[in-house]
Design a protein around this ligand. Sequence first.
Ligand code: FES
Length: 288
Amino acid sequence: MLSQEKILINRPMGPAHNSQGLFKLVLHGRVAEEAQPGQFVTVRTSPSSDPLLRRPLSIAGIDKKAGEITLYYRVKGQGTTLLARQPEGTYLSVLGPLGQGFSLPAVSPDPASRTANPAELILAAGGIGIFALYSLLEYLLKNHLTDRIPVTVLWGGLDKAFLDCATTDLLFQLPKNNVVLCTMDGSYGYEGLVTEPLEQLLSAGRKGRETMVAACGPNVMLQAVTELCQRFYVSSEICMEEYMACGLGACRGCVCRLKDETGGVKHGRVCLEGPVFTGEEVVWHDRI
Ligand code: FES
């Protein structure tokens, strides 16, 4: 759907002295009607046609009643610099929602259904990968699913300044012990990669197919997450942050390797068949 969405908010995240170049963008229009956690939109970053390409942004928040979506972006390059200058109250051309989102636990599960809700959910994010997971967390909280399904967020960033800036109120709605923060420089929380506390969590207690890990971050992290999940027989869904040009499946600029039905390899488009894939279907190595 191509829509002109009104800019309600377009301003830096976090404290003024520490925005880290991260911006919050709230849009009002029709995209929210159809949007699902894990999907994305592409945004024309300025009213002129320069730069030509739209910018893909993960949908981080969905308010269907108010008709609003929340997006976060980092100012980096010409497109996002122009986007940061778009005044609130003006309109942006938005295409979406696009792609396939996360499998969502049912709000009122049918006891006769063969697809039961997971017994436990772990959301693992690296850097700005947290933005795609915010929409999933928001869905779980809004529908009170966190009362029935234990949800743990594991999130790693470069340093405390980054985490301070990219944190939203959503994380404070979970019990404190269910949010594990990591920094690469040890300035806050666990020092090291997010996969380390994930491994500890998966190896502790009884996990299995009824545990679901949803992850978003750099590919190297996603690969490590899926390999860990396979080792512990835990289901996973990963949201890939591939470079995208058209966002519509036409340019094949976002191709990834997937397992096919015969055990071979096929090519998938992150923008069309993804960005969310099951961890089992993505092929990271040359051989499978
Ligand atoms: Fe063009 Fe995916 S971005 S095919």
